[in-house]
Design a protein around this ligand. Sequence first.
Ligand SMILES: Nc1nc2c(ncn2[C@@H]2O[C@H](COP(=O)(O)OP(=O)(O)O)[C@@H](O)[C@H]2O)c(=O)[nH]1
Ligand SMILES: [Mg+2]
Length: 302
Amino acid sequence: MLEGLKRAFQELTNRITTSQLGESELSRIMDEFKLQLISSDVSLPTAEAIAERLREMISEIRLPRFGDREASLKNVYSRVLEEFLLEASPEELLRAVASRATTGARPYVLLFVGPNGGGKTTTVAKIAYWFKERGVRSVIACSDTFRAAAIEQAKELAAEVGVRAVSQRYGADPAAVAVDAIQSANANKEPLVLIDTAGRAETKKNLLDEMRKIRRVAMADSVILVLDSLTGSVAGEQARSFHESVGVDYVVLTKFDSDTKGGLALTVSHEIRRPLIFLGVGQGLGDLIQFRKEFLISRVLS
Ligand SMILES: Nc1nc2c(ncn2[C@@H]2O[C@H](COP(=O)(O)OP(=O)(O)O)[C@@H](O)[C@H]2O)c(=O)[nH]1
Ligand SMILES: [Mg+2]
């Protein structure tokens, strides 16, 4: 996990501590660092912004001539990463859902969007499980009525979690399925509805219009963008297009267990300025961890 970013920072330290640090030398070092960030899935604009911020801070601090230059640098890196990464607390989401449940007006609605194969359906189930463990019952709306076997997959996962799934036939209007699920959650006093959606890429504009429609019709309280950490730098673009057309509140990065680069967390935070809330770290229901900047920063700089 995160070896790519880790190496980028290690090499930056090596270069800085073994050179006479004039302005032009520092610029050259930062250019190389930028390339390393890019090869670890950090998007170009994000890499440029990080390198620029680091350059500023490094030329400001007076690195001790002897002694622990490395520690001073790590301190700078840590502050910059801290600035760039955005995190949200799942506990806050839990409180929002719980407080909605006490007012009783309508269930809290979470809409999941993202490209095909990114891990939406799995994440919906993991989050239903996360809430269930905290005493919150939920309903899954099978609004991916497009992909073959999507409805069965969602239903099976719902059964595994022990929550209800509401579905219609393939080809049905995804927004109608969502509304159905919300009404039935209302009647059953389930305080939370999780809407699973389709993520086909080939009809991008239609897909985004469809997501926008579901958001409006279901009056979604929050939208969670689910992205595969192995997607590479195109994920930055994907994030932007979902954010611009549907609006994103939180991001979940999946398959973090097999991500050896680690740059996507930075890319997404910087490109859409929306916080990460969870990381998917495996295929099981319990393989979901709260995203903590500290966790990522300490690993990258360890
Ligand atoms: N290793 C790993 N696999 C995952 C994770 N999340 C999802 N997957 C797998 O990725 C594949 C696609 O997931 P799915 O939820 O169907 O994606 P969707 O098309 O966005 O709904 C499935 O085989 C999942 O088991 C994760 O965090 N780690
Ligand atoms: Mg799916």
